[in-house]
Design a protein around this ligand. Structure first.
Ligand code: ATP
Ligand code: MG
Length: 210
């Protein structure tokens, strides 16, 4: 797609995705590149409403309902934000993308992998990131970071309050993705300070960076 680059950041809750998206965006801007950052679920007016629905403990969607809400938000994000940005030649940094559905809805919730893949393809029109960075951190450490984070409120603890076993299944699914698609999906050690992790992120993007 005309010059643009799509990089997604993945990993369990609290592994440092949003922190690293912000650091990379800053670095790319410093290098004179147009950068668009997105988050999932959300990132568009419709997507933010869907995010609120997903986080509202009153609704408790079934795994399939949860998947389709996420895919609806993703379809809107791809069509209205990501594709136009890529067509302009921008870098798009996605804080979670399709691989999160494989990890959470297939790995974590147990929906069939192939059906989640099909839903991802439908929602994205087949758009796949140029590079996907999975930030790895022991689940207990990541959850401890997430729970310390000041923005964690009762309303956005849906996944954070899942069992440790759930998060282990999610983490295993991310490792499985990296093993299946080693060119695209790279594991980045999420331990250490934000700037140490940032240096690893830049390394993992070698060859793509301007
Ligand atoms: N390398 C790091 N070392 C210590 N703390 C960190 C590091 N990176 C991020 N944090 C802190 O850990 C918390 C979680 O980080 P962040 O919000 O970036 O994770 P996330 O992967 O985006 O989480 P979520 O999936 O819940 O959105 C934040 O309070 C953040 O400031
Ligand atoms: Mg985040």
């Amino acid at each position: 797609m005309a010059g643009g680059v799509l990089v997604s950041f993945e990993g369990v809750e609290g592994c440092g995705k949003s922190t690293q998206v912000a650091l990379l965006a800053q670095e790319l801007k410093r290098r004179g590149v147009e950068v668009v950052t997105t988050r999932e679920p959300g990132g568009t007016p419709l997507g933010e409403e869907i995010r609120a629905l997903l986080l509202n403990p009153a609704f408790a969607p079934t795994p399939w309902a949860e998947l389709f809400l996420l895919e609806a938000a993703r379809a809107q994000l791809v069509a209205t934000l990501i594709r136009p940005a890529l067509e302009r030649g921008a870098w798009v940094l996605a804080d979670r993308f399709s691989d999160s559905s494989l990890a959470y809805q297939a790995g974590g919730r147990g929906l069939p992998w192939r059906q989640v893949q099909a839903a991802n393809r439908a929602a994205t029109g087949g758009l796949v990131p140029d590079r996907t960075l999975v930030l790895t951190l022991p689940v207990s450490e990541a959850l401890a970071r997430a729970r310390r984070r000041p923005t964690t409120k009762a309303t956005n603890r849906r996944f954070e309050d899942e069992t440790e076993a759930f998060h282990q299944r999610v983490a295993r699914a991310f490792h499985r993705l990296a093993a299946r698609e080693p060119q695209r999906v790279q594991l980045v050690d999420g331990r250490g300070t934000p700037s140490q992790v940032h240096a690893r992120v830049l390394q993992a993007l070698a060859g793509l960076l301007p």
